[in-house]
Ligand binder design. Structure first.
Ligand SMILES: C[S@@+](CC[C@H](N)C(=O)[O-])C[C@H]1O[C@@H](n2cnc3c(N)ncnc32)[C@H](O)[C@@H]1O
Length: 473
């Protein structure tokens, strides 16, 4: 008889999971695992990966060499692209500096990589985020008060509604909505002359001529469109454009302006985490909720799926949660449980820091926490934690009995060479043991779910079948 499907996940009418997911594990494997369920479903990817700045005070590895870092990014960005919807977009945050004055930073290489994977035509913009007010003593002569966010679309022809955000500091709000200020209608003659900009505006309030010699920020075609559709208002002789999210297609009218975001700071983000009771020692590189809110506003509508596969302290997930977007967050370090998950629980209880007041957050909602089931990864973690050569010998005994070892390794020969092995330094021994483990077996494969050797519990089997919809019957 057919088994009733396990009811672990909520799904929409197309059968796609609608629960928020927080997933622990290596992001490359998690991204591949998500393909079956979420390919072409994600509207926004935001990532803040290790910058390869050589700053090894990070708990995770931010000290790759250049080629390894690029390969790391390439492998992940390629599969990430498959998860994006046709009108999906990706934002990748990156430092403008490198650790060494002898080397240029990764930002240029990252842009070329994104060009290669997404196509040059799908470049939208580079956003600059002001992360602090003044350079600190350690920042060097030129200082580093900004970081960049590279912004690409899967298909730029489908992207709408970006340009409204480029002038949002000049805002006017009335009962009809939010407006952004265009150039004042009455102004002194400027020194910027463009004949094509001189056209008249006919409104119910009369005839207006734009400032002589001044340039419209949006250009004649767009302004005429705004006027024809009455998407403007005039207040104190100033011309305001209504903030419509679906007005313009970048495909026809590409505006690849660069945007400066001055919202939140590194310091405010760290203070927020401390105020929530989290230990700064455990995680020290969060981004502020205000920054992620801007990005989520630029790129998504409520219920759209937002993905961050370098989740860190969980900022993207908390902002998406407070803004009623569906989200998937991935992180490999243990602080996903002690910080990101705990932070989200506070959000559900109605936490009032970060963007809560701005979005009138009252609490509620939920998420599902999942882990990739480790196999060889367990051995790698033990190796990394080992403090003495005796620990390493003990781990080797375990590895021999229980792990998957590279098929070309002769275990007997390894034991026979144990005298040589003992002469290696602790670090060399660690490296050697990591090398001999089969990296295809870091986590338990779906096909091995029922294999006794992997000791999967009934609950693990059930949730896996529910995720992949592989229940019997
Ligand atoms: C700069 S932090 C992200 C901070 C985050 N934006 C926040 O606001 O808290 C980068 C994160 O990527 C994670 N990471 C690096 N490599 C990873 C991998 N292969 N799989 C999963 N997570 C990874 C690191 O552990 C780290 O937490």
């Amino acid at each position: 008889m057919a088994q009733p499907p396990p009811r672990k996940f909520n799904r929409n009418k197309n059968g796609v999971i609608t629960d928020n997911l927080i997933i622990k594990g290596n992001n490359l494997l998690v991204l591949h695992s998500l393909k079956k369920e979420f390919a072409n479903r994600v509207k926004l990817i935001y990532i803040d990966p290790p910058y390869n700045t050589g700053n090894d005070s990070f708990k995770y590895n931010d000290n790759f060499n250049h080629a390894t870092w690029l390969t790391f990014m390439k492998n992940r960005l390629e599969v990430a692209k498959q998860l994006l919807r046709n009108d999906g977009v990706i934002f990748v945050q990156i430092s403008n500096t490198s650790s060494s004055i002898k080397e240029s930073p990764e930002i240029g290489y990252l842009q070329v990589l994104l060009d290669e994977i997404f196509g040059r035509k799908n470049y939208i913009s580079i956003i600059t985020w002001k992360k602090k007010g003044n350079p600190s003593n350690t920042d060097g002569a030129l200082g580093t008060i900004t970081e960049s966010i590279l912004f690409y679309a899967k298909n730029s022809d489908t992207i709408k509604a970006i340009i409204e955000y480029y002038k949002r500091e000049y805002k006017y709000t009335d009962e009809h909505g939010d407006y952004n200020l265009e150039l004042p209608l009455k102004t002194d003659e400027g020194d910027y002359k463009r004949e094509s900009m001189k056209f008249e505006i006919n409104t119910s309030k009369g005839k207006f001529t734009p400032p002589i010699g001044k340039r419209w920020t949006y250009g004649e075609v767009v302004i005429k469109d705004i006027i024809n559709q009455s998407k403007f208002t005039i207040v104190n002789d100033k011309f305001y454009i209504k903030k419509y999210r679906e007005d313009y297609s970048l495909g026809d009218n590409k505006r690849k302006n660069n945007l400066l975001l001055d919202c939140g700071s590194l310091k405010s983000a760290k203070n927020h985490l401390s105020a929530l009771g989290f230990n700064r020692e455990e995680f020290d590189t969060p981004k502020p909720e205000e920054l992620i809110k801007e990005i989520i506003e630029i790129a998504t509508q409520p219920s759209d799926i937002v993905l961050d596969f370098h989740l860190g302290s969980g900022t993207t997930a908390t902002v998406a949660h407070k803004m009623n977007r569906q989200y998937i967050g991935i992180e490999q370090m243990d602080y996903i449980e002690t910080i990101a998950v705990e932070r989200l629980k506070k959000v559900i209880e109605g936490e009032q820091g970060g963007i809560s007041k701005a979005v009138k957050w009252k609490g509620g909602g939920n998420f599902i926490y999942l882990e990739l089931k480790k196999y060889n990864e367990n051995f790698i973690e033990c190796i990394q934690k080992a403090k003495t050569k005796d620990d390493i010998l003990e781990i080797w005994q375990n590895i021999k009995e229980k792990s998957f070892i590279n098929y070309n390794l002769d275990i007997k020969a390894q034991d026979e060479n144990s005298v040589e092995f003992k002469k290696l330094s602790l670090d060399e021994q660690k490296r050697h043991l990591c090398e001999i483990l089969d990296k295809n077996q870091l986590y338990v494969n779906l096909s091995s779910l029922n294999d006794k050797e992997f000791e999967c519990s009934d609950e693990e089997k059930e949730i896996t079948k529910a995720f992949y919809k592989t229940y019997e019957g």
